[in-house]
Design a protein around this ligand. Structure first.
Ligand SMILES: [Zn+2]
Length: 156
């Protein structure tokens, strides 16, 4: 298996905007590369998820460890509830933040499971997985938890 040694981009140097990924059949090799790359780095850091901009790639893609899936060109709808979530981020080492998150969301766009690219079709996520999806989706728009949350370091 290929191991990628990638430098994690930290705040405030994360890309502010990300362009969508060409998900046409021709570009499947590129999507597969992103999939393996994110999967490797997530495994190396044992984290819940990772977005391409955190590796300095300004493309709309993020990987979620629990589903082992790459999500592409995502569009997020909030459905229900707001609660407080305590989160860390590889791009903000050694800090935790309290962030307000929606309990239930739905996600449109595309996903890649390592074999096929498919439409998400407003797939519903409940917490705690919905928190991870919101966190990673935010990265695609230059939003990180230091901007939307409160530092929560000395309360563990
Ligand atoms: Zn993050």
């Amino acid at each position: 298996m290929v191991k990628h040694q990638m430098k994690i981009i930290t705040v405030p140097n994360l890309p502010k905007t990300c362009s969508s990924i060409d998900i046409s059949f021709v570009n499947k090799e590129q999507v597969h590369y992103y999939y393996n790359l994110l999967k490797d780095v997530v495994q190396q850091h044992n984290c819940l998820g990772l977005a391409l901009p955190q590796l300095g790639i300004d493309k709309q893609g993020f990987f979620i460890a629990q589903t082992q899936t790459l999500y592409l060109n995502t569009y997020l709808l909030t459905i229900d509830g707001i609660v407080e979530s305590v989160e860390g981020c590889l791009s903000i080492p050694n800090h935790l933040y309290k962030v307000k998150r929606h309990t239930t969301i739905s996600l449109d766009g595309y996903y890649y499971d390592g074999n096929n690219i498919r439409k998400l079709d407003y797939l519903i996520f409940d917490m705690p997985l919905s928190f991870v999806v919101q966190h990673e989706h935010d990265h695609l728009h230059g939003i990180s938890i230091d901007q939307i949350g409160q530092l929560h370091d000395n309360k563990s």
